[in-house]
Ligand binder design. Structure first.
Ligand code: AMP
Length: 596
């Protein structure tokens, strides 16, 4: 079941931050982890102070914080001192606009230097930062701006034109749109980010910040209903900092590259906050995935620690298979690289071994989710790897496997839950609340937050097995959400968009397994009376989905089906659509409409 275990060198050139798993776990406390940070001079804790200002006033002031590789391959750098000034200016801009504590500032940007200015300046101002994925279409963007009560949006002219301008009126609370780069003058109701930032003073006194003040809002998807806004507080930086040391093995001298998009939680926690809190140099690539470009960046930028995703690794594997001359990676000097980790979707054992053979380093899988705010389960630099396993819980993280009931979710009896004691038995992964980056709520949705807990555990919605030695193995999701290319997609959001097309009566959306993306979104659609299911209509619906939802969320496949299976209460049974699609047993159909 485990395949080939990968053992580690006894004495690597850079001694790992965690050497003895059991000893570190038993000695660890979160209050000790807090001592690794500075705190605000007058007391309190602010993420941006930890990530920037404390370094800017230390001997790291002139160290490069960001090494930005532009699309044309030109490289520019920003020191910690300069980042402190830029973020102070942006905090000042917000203050001058009357945007204050708790007000929500959204970003809809790629990986550009201004993203860092906007995120950290917002945190300095004690406003709340909410990142959006730039591959979202107008529907998901509008919905999140509305649900998150956006006051400010920082974006580019092109993204604003394509995704926001026409919908602006339906987000009346959005008072300020700041345009990065050229174009603001041609767009009514916007202002130039660059002009405002360069006119602002380059010092800013961070107001008192309590560790419990809200810092970040991350939208995530559930099976039903609107996207959920997971609320995170400034104290989360304690967990970002500690877990980046243990699970990513970050050392002060590292050059670190995280390929995650800033619109998702990994791009924020481990693309921005954690590495800067460690005072390392962060490589920021504005370009898109391209095998040659990525090897070049790893080599030329002398990246030492690389955090990426299974889909990206699978794309690299296609471009540079294990059996072969490895010409592409060999044309670049990857000798600086010393640690590779991945997150977001199951990492197939072949990818771990491919890393060892082609990059010269195995890939360390780790697991977490938007709600947990930081890595919970990981393979560590000093420990053996069991390819296919997500690893073991981090110090300070208490995990378990809970028994499931007939509905597939955790079995709750009399308010209590049952832990699965035997090894290798499937159940739902649960975590004991109490780590600093645990989400504090879903925005405006107490009920869904409460439903995420039972018997004193936070229920992750993931199915896992734990082996006899305590290693966790991912099995699947307990609900219908879809992971495609590492992005979590709510089927309800896709179904709702499709149902706005005049030809569509109803839709049921599932993830169809795909060798590279993990899953692709497939929609089953029933048509309104009298509408013919033609290839033209199929193309039209695919295009409609892309226009409304954007390429990352839209269905890649449409199937017409006038008899979508439904529960007696009338809901489309995605589980059955999926089972039929995959040729799996259909399981318990007692709630299917039309059964006795
Ligand atoms: P998100 O909240 O968008 O970060 O998605 C979190 C979900 O991604 C988890 O609940 C898992 O279903 C999946 N996930 C994250 N990391 C892993 C991993 N290492 N292996 C398998 N699935 C993962």
């Amino acid at each position: 079941m485990h395949g080939e275990t990968i053992h580690k060198e006894a004495a690597p050139a850079v001694p790992p931050r965690l050497t003895d798993y059991d000893r570190t776990r038993s000695a660890f406390t979160w209050s000790q982890a807090r001592a690794g940070l500075s705190g605000l001079p007058g007391g309190g804790l602010n993420m941006a102070h930890e990530a920037v200002d404390r370094h800017a006033s230390s001997d790291l002031a002139d160290k490069v914080a960001l090494r930005c590789v532009a699309r044309d391959d030109s490289v520019s750098t920003v020191t910690y001192a300069e980042l402190a000034r830029r973020t102070a200016r942006f905090a000042g801009v917000l203050r001058s606009l009357g945007v204050g504590r708790g007000d929500r500032v959204f970003t809809l940007l790629g990986r550009c230097p201004e993203l860092y200015t906007a995120v950290l300046g917002t945190l300095k101002n004690t406003s709340v930062l909410c990142p959006l994925f730039s591959a979202f279409g107008p529907d998901p963007v509008e919905q999140r701006l509305r649900l998150g009560d956006a006051r400010v949006l920082v974006t580019t002219a092109a993204l604003y034109r394509r995704k926001v301008a026409e919908r602006r009126a339906s987000v009346p609370g959005l008072k300020h749109v700041l345009i990065v780069g050229p174009g603001a003058e041609e767009l009514p109701g916007t202002a130039s980010f660059d002009d405002l930032v360069s006119a602002a003073p380059d010092t800013f006194a961070v107001p008192p910040t309590s560790p419990e003040d809200t810092a970040l809002l991350h939208f995530t998807s559930g099976t039903t209903g609107a996207p959920k806004g997971a609320v995170h507080v400034h104290e989360a930086v304690v967990a970002h900092h500690a877990t980046a040391a243990y699970a990513l093995d970050l050392h002060p001298e590292d050059v670190y590259w995280c390929t995650a998009d800033p619109g998702w939680v990994t791009g924020m926690s481990y693309g921005i906050i954690a590495p800067l809190a460690h005072g390392v140099t962060v490589v920021v690539d504005e370009g898109d995935y391209d095998a040659r470009r990525w090897y070049r960046i790893l080599g030329e930028q002398r990246v030492t620690v690389w955090y990426t995703a299974p889909t990206a690794l699978r794309m690299l594997m296609r471009a540079t298979p294990r059996q072969g001359p490895y010409d592409l990676p060999r044309s670049y000097d990857l000798s600086a690289l010393r640690f590779v980790a991945s997150v977001g979707e199951p990492l197939n054992p072949e990818a771990v071994v491919w890393g060892r053979d082609v990059l010269g380093l195995p890939v360390h899988d780790n697991w977490w989710q938007t709600e947990t705010g930081c890595i919970m389960i990981a393979n560590f630099a000093a420990c053996e790897i069991r390819p296919g396993s997500m690893g073991r819980p981090l110090p300070g993280v208490d995990a378990t496997v809970l028994k499931r009931g007939e509905d597939g979710r955790v079995l709750v009896t009399g308010g209590g839950v049952t832990e699965v004691e035997s090894p290798d038995v499937e159940g739902e992964l649960a975590l004991r609340p109490g780590w600093p980056s645990m989400f504090r709520g879903y925005l405006h949705d107490r009920e869904r937050y409460d439903a995420a807990f039972a018997g004193g555990w936070y229920l992750t919605g993931d199915l896992v097995r734990r082996d006899a030695d305590g290693w966790y193995w991912f099995v699947g999701r307990a609900d219908d959400v879809i992971k495609s290319a590492g992005h979590l997609i709510g089927p309800f959001e896709v179904e709702s968009a499709l149902m706005e097309h005049p030809a569509v009566a109803e839709a049921g959306v599932i993830g169809r397994p795909d060798p590279v993306a993990g899953n692709v979104v497939k929609a089953f659609v029933s048509l309104r009376h009298g509408v013919e299911p033609t290839p033209d209509l199929e193309r039209e619906l695919l295009a409609f989905g892309r226009r409304r939802l954007g390429p990352a969320v839209a269905p890649r496949e449409i199937a017409f089906d006038q008899n979508l299976p439904r529960t007696r209460s009338g809901k489309v049974m995605r589980r059955l659509l999926r089972a039929r699609e995959l040729g799996l047993p259909t399981g318990d159909l007692s709630t299917l409409e039309g059964t006795a």
